[in-house]
Design a protein around this ligand. Sequence first.
Ligand code: 4NP
Length: 162
Amino acid sequence: MRLLVVCLGNICRSPMAEGVLRARIAASPLAGRVEVDSAGTGDWHVGHAPDPRAVAMAARHHVDISGQRARQFGVVDAGQHDWLLCADTTNLRDVRARLPHQDRARAALLLDWCDGSVAGAEVPDPYTGGEPEFEYAWRLLDTAAQAAVQRLLQLPVSRWRS
Ligand code: 4NP
């Protein structure tokens, strides 16, 4: 099973999401069965490390994302991932616009996998904000990561390719 998290720049939300998803999966019965990657719809930061504020927020939660490098989302990603999980509705629209019709249903909002009040909500971009915005994004992403683990654990075995 392969998950791709997508945001705009691939230096704030999706690197934190990749980190917390990896951590939550590693601590679950899914360990070793799910691959996680991230990408951005924009190309401004390709090759860059995550924003230092994102690295610091992850480190505060005992997750090291400093080795990640930004890359741009491409059509090839659709064939390589089972789910394309987007941080906000603009990301989702941009991802779907680049996908062939038959792949569009595999693109979703990251928070759609959660129950309750955050279902269908967006992870706001913390880039122009400060530490509170990064902390809020982290909390949403961790909630989404825990929901993703629960959802994947309930998948029938037939859905698992590896
Ligand atoms: P992200 O945040 O999409 O969460 O990585 C952003 C990072 C950089 C820019 C926008 C959003 N930017 O315009 O450079």
